[in-house]
Write a protein that binds this ligand. Structure first.
Ligand code: PLP
Length: 383
């Protein structure tokens, strides 16, 4: 029973919250880590193009599968066995070679914790998915960031060369968030040949369904060849389930068992699993939507090129404007016009491909931004 207000001890008000800080011993690297902050919300007549979400509303069949999963007085099936069985069958692997998590980001966290700790190194390209650095720090390991090539793709030979005795994990992101560049199958096979087979490699394919370039690597058929490869995929992007939090990893059982061991149990809800199963059943319809988004992305890219932008050919559901030191000003300009985008100063701006109606508005503003970039800026095409 709650205690009446009058018998609770009077603690007095702490007017300065920072006064509380010195009393609690935190890991200094964690105290220095900024907490996750979600992007700004869009105005009611604006567009949220900042989180690489799918702009289509959920399919009715998927929504009703979620509603039907109403036994939430019970814990979910911790192993998501039915979904794993369905995925395993499609991918031609055994059920234990599939691991489901509350979003693929939580599986990255599990694998980083499983592979790397204090004194260990994790190699990845930079700039890439903004969650990587924090997850490495949380594990107590050290990030080794290898700069992207001038064309905004991974420099895989340099990443392989950055592997040392201390390296426990390399993360390869294709298409790369936020630059949209792919890793080719040839580049990846040369890379895997150069990395020792006891170093775990994560191939993060969160946007694989949007790829149009036939040279791009596809991790699934490679799994049997490399004992150190785990492929990550998600239902958040192409399948439009970002809000339900569900993604999966495919790879060697011993590595996935290590991820299962570091996972917070029972984080994948029954509703998320039901939605993922219904989405696989409605895959044709969902992949039609993916084709629509990819075609819209290509239209945006062509429009940007015509305006004079030099932007990498995008292969995810987003485009990258390498605005450099003009990033904050350009993102503010887009925001003032009702477009919420993701600014990564001092590198560039990532813009998700959203609703059809957002495209014209976007291009009307990017046309002005490119004209205001100084002559010779690397984001401007040489006329
Ligand atoms: C490259 C990459 N990997 C993984 C994720 C995580 O997606 P989720 O946790 O929603 O599955 C994202 C999300 O933006 C991403 O961009």
């Amino acid at each position: 029973m709650p205690r009446p207000e009058s018998v609770l001890p009077k603690l007095g008000r702490v007017t300065d919250p920072s006064a509380l800080r010195p009393g609690v011993k935190l890991r200094p690297e964690i105290a220095a880590l900024p907490p996750y902050r979600q992007g700004r919300a869009a105005a009611p007549d604006g567009y949220k193009l900042s989180s690489n979400e799918n702009p289509f509303d959920p399919l009715p069949g998927v929504a009703s599968a979620v509603t039907a999963a109403s036994d939430f007085n019970r814990y979910p099936d911790a192993t998501a066995l039915v979904l794993r069985g369905k995925l395993a069958e499609r991918l031609g692997v055994s059920v234990d070679e599939v691991h489901v998590g509350a979003g693929s980001v939580s599986i990255i966290a599990q694998l980083v914790l499983a592979a790397a700790g204090p004194g260990d190194e994790v190699v990845y390209s930079w700039r890439s998915f903004e969650a990587y650095p924090g997850l490495v720090t949380v594990a107590g390991a050290r990030s080794v960031q290898v700069p992207n090539r001038a064309d905004h793709g991974h420099d895989l030979p340099a990443m392989a060369a950055a592997v040392t005795e201390a390296t426990r994990l390399v993360i390869v992101c294709t298409p790369n968030n936020p630059t949209g560049a792919i890793v080719t199958a040839d580049e990846f096979s040369a890379f895997m040949g150069a990395v020792p087979s006891d170093v775990l490699v994560i191939l993060d394919e969160a946007y694989v369904e949007f790829v149009g370039d036939p040279r791009a690597v596809n991790g699934i058929p490679l799994l049997g060849h490399y004992p150190n490869l785990v492929v990550l995929r998600t239902f958040s992007k192409a399948y439009g389930l970002a809000g339900l939090r569900i993604g999966y990893a495919v790879g060697p059982v011993a590595v996935l068992d290590a991820a299962r061991a570091t996972a917070i149990p029972l984080s994948v809800t029954g509703q998320a699993t039901a939605a993922a199963i219904a989405s696989l059943d409605a895959e044709d319809e969902l992949l039609d939507r993916v084709r629509t988004i990819a075609a819209r992305r290509d239209d945006v890219w062509r429009g940007l090129n015509e305006q004079g932008w030099a932007v990498p050919k995008p292969q995810g559901n987003f485009v990258w404007l390498p605005t450099g030191e003009h990033t904050t000003a350009a993102a503010d300009e887009l925001f003032a016009s009702g477009l919420v985008v993701r600014a990564f100063p001092p590198d560039g701006i990532r813009i998700s491909i959203g609703e059809h109606e957002s495209v014209e508005k976007l291009l009307s503003i990017t046309g002005k931004i490119v004209q205001n970039l100084p002559e010779g800026h690397s984001a401007r095409r040489i006329a």
